[in-house]
Write a protein that binds this ligand. Structure first.
Ligand code: HAS
Ligand code: CU
Length: 539
C-alpha cells in the first residue's frame, strides 16, 4: 500500500540528516578547541558554535526524525493514512519555519545562549519566537496523530488494543503535551516580553523552573521513540516474538507517570527551592529508573530468545549468535550497551549529594552523549539503513560502510564519553571556552583527557560523515531494490484492552503528580520574587 504521508516522512528525515551533519561540524570544532594550546576561534564563536551544536542535534535532528518516525509507525501499524494531510503539512511547515527563525539569530551570533537559553543571557526575540513556533507546530502534529488513532478506533476497532508501536507514540505525545506547557509559559510570560523590551527584568530562577519542568521530560520525548524501535522493530529484525508485550506497555505507562515530576534534579544547585522539594524530585527520579531497568531486561531477553533460536548456547555464549554484522542490529545493540552506562551515570547525577561533585562539569556532557547522543542518535542512524530503502525503494549504497559507521560511533563514543566523565571528576568545567586556567596545576591534569576526548570526537565526526555519504549515495545512485519486501500491516495484538491500555487514567494521574511536585515550590519561587539581574549582552 502507498501512503499519502510518505513525502512528508521523507522530508522530515532529510532535514534531520542535514541537522546532524551541520551539528557534527560544530561538534568537531568544540573538541578541537578544547585541546590545550589549540585556539581556533574566538570565545564568541565558540559559544555560537556550542549553541548551534546543541540546538541542531538535541532539538532539530531529534524533532524532525521523531515526527517522521512517529508518522511512519502510525501509518504502517494502523494501515491507514494520517487523519489530515493538510494538518500534517501545516505542522511540518511550522516546525521548519520555527527552526529557520531560531537558526538565523544563532548563526548571526545574536543568540549564543546555549540550548538551555537560561536568562539573564539574552537572545534576539526571533530566537524565542522561532522556538515557540516550532513547539506550536509539534502540537498540531501530535493532534493529527491522535485524531488518526481516534479515527482508527471508530472504524470498528473500539474494543481492540492499540498496536505496540502506536501505543508508544501516544505515550510519547502525552508526555510531550504535558512537558511543553512549561516551555510555553516560560516563552510567553517571560522570555518573549523580556526580549522585546516590554518588561525590564526577568526572574532567572522562575525561568529555570519552567525550563526544567520541560527539559527533563524532553529527554524521554527523545528516548521513547528509540524504545519503540527496540520494542517493535528489533523483534521483526530478529524474527522473534517480543519477550513481553504487556511489560512493554507498562514501561510506556510508567514514563507517562514519572517523566515530569523530576525536574529539580537539574536544579540541585539552585537557591530558592527548599531541600524537601529537591529530595522529592530525587525520589521520583529513581522511580523513573524503573521503566528503563525493565527495558534492559526485557529487550535483552528478546535478543536472547532470538540468539538461542539461531543456535546460541551457554550463559553468555548466545551473545555471539546475534547478527553483529547487520548494521541495524549492531546500532541498536551498541546503543543499548552504552545506554547501560548512561543510566549508571544518570544515577550519580540524580543523587542530591553526588550531584554536587559532577554538576556543571564535563561529566554532564559525558552523560548526555551516552543517552541522547548514543541510545537515541545511534538507534536513529541505524534505523535509517532499514527505513531509507523501504521508503525510497532504493538499495542501500553499502552495508559494509554502514557497519563501519556504527562501530566507529561506538568506539568514538567510548573514548569521548569516558574521557569527559573522568574530566568531570577531575573538576573540568563544561561550557567553558578556555579551560587552561592560566596554566594552573589542576588544569594541566586535564590535558591528556581533553586530547582523548578530541580523538573520540574526531571518530564521531567521521562516523557522521560516513553515515551521510551512505545516505547521499543511496538517494542518488538509483539502484532499485530488486524485490522490495511487501509492506503489509503487521497483525493486530490479540485480546481486549486492559487497564494498562487506558491512557486517560494515566494521563490524569500524571497531572496530579505534576501538581504535587511543582505547584507549591513554583508558588514559593514566585512569592520569593527574585528581582532578576540586568540582561547579559552576548557578543
Ligand atoms: Fe540525564 C542531565 C539524570 C536519562 C539526557 N541528561 C542530562 C542532560 C541531558 C540528559 C541532555 O539527575 C544535560 C542537561 C543539561 O544540558 O544541563 N538522566 C538522569 C537519569 C536518567 C537519565 C536518572 N538523560 C537520560 C536520557 C537522556 C538524558 C534517557 C536523553 C535521551 N540527567 C540526569 C540528571 C541530570 C541529567 C540528574 C542533571 C545533571 C546536572 O547536574 O546538570 C535515567 O532515565 C536513566 C535510566 C537508564 C537506565 C539504563 C537502562 C539500560 C538499558 C540497556 C541495557 C543494556 C544491556 C546490554 C543490558 C536505568 C535499557 C544489552 C545486551 C546486548 C547483548 C546488546
Ligand atoms: Cu533530567
Amino acid at each position: 500500500m502507498k501512503f499519502r504521508d510518505d513525502g512528508l516522512i521523507k522530508l522530515g528525515f532529510y532535514i534531520s540528516y542535514v541537522a546532524i551533519g551541520l551539528g557534527a561540524l560544530f561538534g568537531l570544532l568544540q573538541v578541537l578547541e578544547r585541546i590545550p594550546g589549540v585556539t581556533l576561534v574566538s570565545a564568541g564563536t565558540y559559544y555560537l558554535s556550542l549553541t548551534a551544536h546543541g540546538v541542531l542535534m538535541a532539538l532539530v535532528f531529534t524533532t524532525f526524525f521523531i515526527m517522521s518516525l512517529a508518522t511512519y509507525v502510525v501509518t504502517r501499524e494502523l494501515g491507514m493514512n494520517t487523519f489530515s494531510y493538510a494538518l500534517n503539512r501545516v505542522s511540518y511547515a511550522l516546525v521548519a519555519l520555527g527552526t529557520v527563525m531560531a537558526a538565523v539569530p544563532i548563526l548571526l551570533g545574536k543568540a549564543s545562549v546555549l540550548y538551555t537559553f537560561y536568562p539573564p543571557m539574552k537572545a534576539s526575540p526571533l530566537f524565542y519566537i522561532g522556538a515557540t513556533v516550532l513547539v506550536i507546530g509539534t502540537w498540531i502534529f501530535g493532534a493529527n496523530l491522535l485524531l488518526t488513532v481516534k479515527k482508527w478506533r471508530s472504524a470498528g476497532n473500539a474494543r481492540r488494543k492499540l498496536p505496540l508501536g502506536v501505543f508508544g507514540v501516544v505515550a510519547t505525545l502525552i508526555i510531550w503535551y504535558i512537558a511543553t506547557t512549561g516551555i510555553a509559559i516560560e516563552m510567553l510570560f517571560q522570555l518573549i516580553p523580556w526580549s522585546l523590551g516590554l518588561v525590564e527584568r526577568i526572574d532567572p530562577l522562575l525561568a529555570r523552573n519552567f525550563f526544567w519542568y520541560f527539559g527533563h521530560p524532553l529527554v524521554y520525548f527523545w528516548l521513547l521513540p528509540a524504545y519503540i524501535v527496540w520494542y517493535t522493530i528489533l523483534p521483526r529484525l530478529l524474527n522473534t516474538p517480543i519477550f513481553s508485550d504487556f511489560l512493554a506497555r507498562v514501561v510506556f505507562v510508567l514514563f507517562i507517570l514519572f517523566s515530569t515530576p523530576v525536574g529539580y534534579h537539574h536544579q540541585f544547585m539552585d537557591p530558592g527551592i527548599e531541600a524537601g522539594w529537591k529530595f522529592l524530585h530525587t525520589t521520583t527520579t529513581f522511580f523513573v529508573f524503573v521503566p528503563s531497568l525493565i527495558t534492559a531486561f526485557t529487550v535483552t531477553a528478546t535478543m536472547e530468545l532470538a540468539a538461542r533460536r539461531r543456535g546460541g548456547r551457554g550463559l553468555l555464549g548466545w551473545i555471539g549468535a546475534l547478527p553483529w554484522r547487520d548494521p541495524v542490529f549492531a546500532s541498536i545493540a551498541f546503543a543499548m550497551i552504552l545506554f547501560g552506562f548512561g543510566g549508571a551515570t544518570g544515577a550519580v547525577n540524580a543523587g542530591n549529594n553526588l550531584n554536587y561533585v559532577v554538576h556543571n562539569t564535563a561529566w554532564v556532557p559525558g552523560h548526555l552523549h551516552l543517552t541522547v547522543g548514543t541510545a537515541v542518535a545511534l538507534t536513529f542512524m541505524g534505523l535509517t539503513y532499514l527505513l531509507l530503502p523501504s521508503l525510497t525503494g532504493k538499495q542501500l549504497h553499502s552495508r559494509k560502510l554502514a557497519l563501519a559507521q556504527v562501530y566507529l560511533w561506538f568506539f568514538g563514543m567510548v573514548l569521548f564519553s569516558s574521557a569527559m566523565h573522568y574530566l568531570g571528576i577531575l573538576g573540568s568545567p563544561r561550557r567553558t571556552y578556555d579551560v587552561t586556567y592560566g596554566g594552573a596545576q589542576i588544569a594541566q591534569e586535564w590535558g591528556p583527557f581533553l586530547i582523548i576526548a578530541a580523538v573520540g570526537g574526531i571518530l564521531l565526526f567521521l562516523s557522521v560523515a560516513l553515515f551521510l555519504y551512505n545516505v547521499f549515495r543511496t538517494l542518488t545512485s538509483g539502484v532499485r531494490i530488486e524485490s522490495p519486501r511487501p509492506e503489509g500491516t503487521p497483525p493486530l495484538p490479540q485480546g481486549e484492552p486492559g487497564l494498562v491500555d487506558n491512557f486517560k487514567i494515566f494521563a490524569a494521574i500524571a497531572l496530579v503528580l505534576v501538581l504535587i511536585a511543582y505547584l507549591i515550590p513554583t508558588a514559593n519561587i514566585i512569592a520569593l520574587g527574585t528581582p532578576g539581574a540586568p540582561p547579559v549582552e552576548i557578543r
